[in-house]
Design a protein around this ligand. Structure first.
Ligand code: FNR
Length: 186
């Protein structure tokens, strides 16, 4: 059973479409499930030297790790940057991947959503993210895959979906994901 769903947005841009998608997708989650946004914009660039020194370790590392660990399932929504994921998201993955004996993402059912202004919907970013999640023993939902192309035509900055077929698709995605995540959690 899923009680808590954490959303990580891979773009730290104020007017981010990924952030707008997070809002839209949250609207398809039943009220009984607590949805939290897990921020990544306050994580200093990961450096094992500072992480291994308790006096130097940023509080935000512990904050991020414990927020991820608290969730029963995760949704990661990201743009594509240079055919991969943005550095801010990769940095958050690095932070959550340590210590290796207590990986924050371990066993988490995860929905991967990518978007781009172009025609490929962030396919490269989607699969690079999946590759890292496999290594961290997170369980990315295989299907339906979510690549949202020409994002500016299908959602506005406030999270209003502009196309009926996108609304239907995202509702199906969330229904499938919650069933997938519950199955893993039970
Ligand atoms: C991009 N963008 C982009 N798009 C794409 O389809 N493939 C790519 O490789 C890239 N590379 C890229 C690099 C950098 C540095 C930037 C700033 C942008 C475009 C980007 O994916 C698109 O504008 C997203 O919709 C932005 O998402 P947010 O920030 O609105 O969530």
């Amino acid at each position: 059973m899923i009680n808590r769903l954490g959303i990580i947005v891979g773009s730290i841009r104020e007017q981010s479409y990924s952030k707008a998608l997070a809002k839209a997708l949250s609207g398809f989650v039943p009220e009984a499930i607590e949805v939290s946004m897990i921020r990544i914009d306050d994580l200093p660039l990961f450096n094992p030297d500072i992480d291994q020194n308790a006096a130097l370790r940023p509080d935000s590392y512990e904050r991020f790790r414990s927020e991820v660990k608290l969730q029963d399932a995760l949704v990661i929504i990201s743009p594509e940057y240079n055919r991969t994921i943005p550095a801010a998201l990769k940095n958050a993955i690095e932070v959550g991947s340590r210590p290796m004996t207590d990986i924050a993402f371990n066993g988490k059912p995860t929905l991967v959503v990518t978007q781009s202004a172009g025609s490929m919907g962030g396919f490269g970013a989607n699969h690079h993210l999946r590759q890292a999640l496999v290594f961290l023993n997170a369980i990315a939902m295989p299907q339906p895959e979510v690549y949202l192309a020409e994002i500016h035509k299908i959602i506005d900055k406030n999270g209003n979906i502009l196309k009926t077929d996108t609304t239907t698709f995202l509702q199906i995605v969330m229904t499938n994901f919650l069933a997938f995540a519950s199955h893993i959690a039970d």
